[in-house]
Write a protein that binds this ligand. Structure first.
Ligand SMILES: [Zn+2]
Length: 259
């Protein structure tokens, strides 16, 4: 099994949107990660980055949220063009696991004709009817598609063993949104990684008691962060933070991979 790291361009935003109340007025530029896992039983994506439209006219596709999260994206950054660099065609993707359906994660939904899309039930419901404070982060055109959805049911499906071989597990990690999920990847050679979507944007959140800047529910968020801290400190897993310009530097990027 191989794990590849990609970024769908960058976002520039106020640091306090990553760490609540900290570094107000300081702008930071962060990656927009998505991941490919090449497993003997199939090719799988965790998240899909920004939509192609963002590289053409971001304001037209995203609206005024562009003023808060300023995207920088070329056509080359689009997920299909990134995957082409490692020789993967859209038809070859068998599964897509959606951490959640925010605009910088769901931009490639629908681009993989043979894929089954794994999403949490609460995420789908919230994405179609979010409250005002998260509404700009959901672009209906990205995910309101007739997809082959596989809907997971929160804590009842927590620990979903994807291939029944102990290599990939879905963890229900709500907080950033009601239906946020993370993916544990247990590699043979390079150890175990947790791909955490937007559960903890930066390592500062793992190391210090600070909330992420955008949360649906602080108590749920803290429980999910505690679980990731435990996975790091007790299990020894690498926690791959979501929009982390400093943490991101440490990892190999595609076409290099972990195995
Ligand atoms: Zn998000």
């Amino acid at each position: 099994m191989k794990l590849y790291f990609f970024s769908s361009g960058t976002l520039t935003c106020d640091k306090s949107l990553l760490t609540m109340g900290r570094d107000v007025g300081k702008m930071v530029t962060v990656p927009v990660p998505f991941f490919l896992i090449d497993h003997p039983k199939g090719k799988l994506l965790y998240d899909t980055g920004n939509a192609l439209e963002v590289s053409e006219d971001a304001r037209k596709h995203w609206g005024p949220v562009c003023d808060v999260y300023i995207p920088t994206m070329s056509k080359d950054d689009y997920i299909l063009n990134q995957l082409e660099k490692v020789g993967v065609k859209p038809e070859e993707i068998d599964f897509v696991i959606m951490s959640h359906l925010h605009l910088d994660h769901a931009g490639g939904v629908g681009a993989f004709p043979n894929a089954k899309y794994f999403v949490q039930k609460e995420e789908l419901q919230w994405a179609f009817a979010p409250q005002f404070y998260q509404k700009p982060a959901y672009i209906r055109a990205d995910f309101d598609k007739d997809m082959n959805w596989y809907v997971l049911n929160g804590y009842a499906d927590d620990g979903f063993d994807f291939f029944d071989d102990g290599s990939l597990f879905i963890w229900f990690t709500p907080g950033h949104t009601p239906g946020h999920q993370s993916l544990v990847v247990k590699l043979n050679k390079d150890g175990s990684f947790v791909l955490t979507g937007d559960c903890c944007y930066v390592e500062e959140i793992l190391n210090e008691d600070v909330l992420p800047g955008l949360v649906w529910s602080p108590p749920h968020s803290v429980e999910s962060i505690q679980r990731l801290r435990h996975a790091r400190d007790v299990y020894g897993y690498a926690i791959v933070t979501g929009h982390d310009p400093w943490g991101w530097e440490k990892y190999k990027k595609a076409p290099e991979y972990y195995e």
